[in-house]
Design a protein around this ligand. Structure first.
Ligand code: 5GP
Length: 204
């Protein structure tokens, strides 16, 4: 039986586009998909638990880990550090599981430079108006913070051509099906199936 290395799926996009919700639903539906838990220096929210949503670190500990090269990528996102632990992701992929990362666009572009067979999906809102509505509705940011995020979103849209796929997150159910379709198609790519193709070519 051929054991394949898992696929690294990077979901990114502007704050408020719904990438967290899409990621959450994909994880529930896809058995072979593991979620990489990030580290952050932001304070835990009431419902969050250490090692479940994030590994919560002090700024000093986070910076030591940066110096030790422990992160596959990291970024300063709205005044807090966030980073993807390198060893954890390697372990998931080497075990043959797919791995989903839900990270900001700065982090996504760092991974693009390092991992050529990762798959990059931009989660976009249906419109700027809808993005503004979603950011306002979730009520976690003040108006000036919302304005900053909308300004960043405009810059992030310009970078969309650097992704492999764009999903317009209008209806969550459709967006999740589209992520599933991407994973299925990626697995079938000839470039990911050299081993079986070689065996067949040898008549085995
Ligand atoms: P939140 O604080 O709302 O959980 O996340 C804030 C932002 O940080 C989101 O855009 C989320 O995608 C991003 N983020 C979460 N984990 C990581 C990570 O490991 N690396 C990077 N670059 N961004 C992350």
């Amino acid at each position: 039986m051929i054991k394949r290395k898992g696929i690294l799926l990077v979901l990114s996009g502007p704050s408020g586009a719904g990438k967290g919700t899409v990621c959450h639903e994909v994880r529930k539906r896809m058995d072979n998909m593991k979620y990489s838990i990030s580290a952050t220096t932001r304070k835990p929210r009431v419902i969050e638990r250490e090692g479940r949503e994030y590994f919560f670190l002090s700024k000093e500990d986070f910076e030591s880990k940066i110096a030790e090269g422990k992160f596959l990528e990291y970024a300063l996102v709205y005044d807090n550090y966030y980073g993807t632990p390198r060893d954890y992701v390697d372990e998931i992929l080497n075990q043959g599981f797919d791995c989903i990362l839900e990270i900001d666009p700065q982090g996504a572009m760092q991974i693009k430079e390092k991992m050529e067979d990762a798959v990059f999906v931009f989660i976009a809102p249906p419109s700027m108006e809808e993005l503004k509505k979603r950011l306002t509705f979730r009520g976690t940011e003040k108006p000036e913070e919302i304005a900053k995020r909308l300004g960043n979103a405009e810059k992030e849209f310009k970078n969309m051509p650097n992704y492999d796929y764009v999903i317009i997150n209008d209806k969550i159910e459709e967006a999740v099906c589209e992520v599933e379709a991407i994973i299925i198609a990626e697995k079938l790519k000839t470039s990911r199936n050299h081993e079986i193709m070689n065996l067949l070519n040898k008549g085995e």
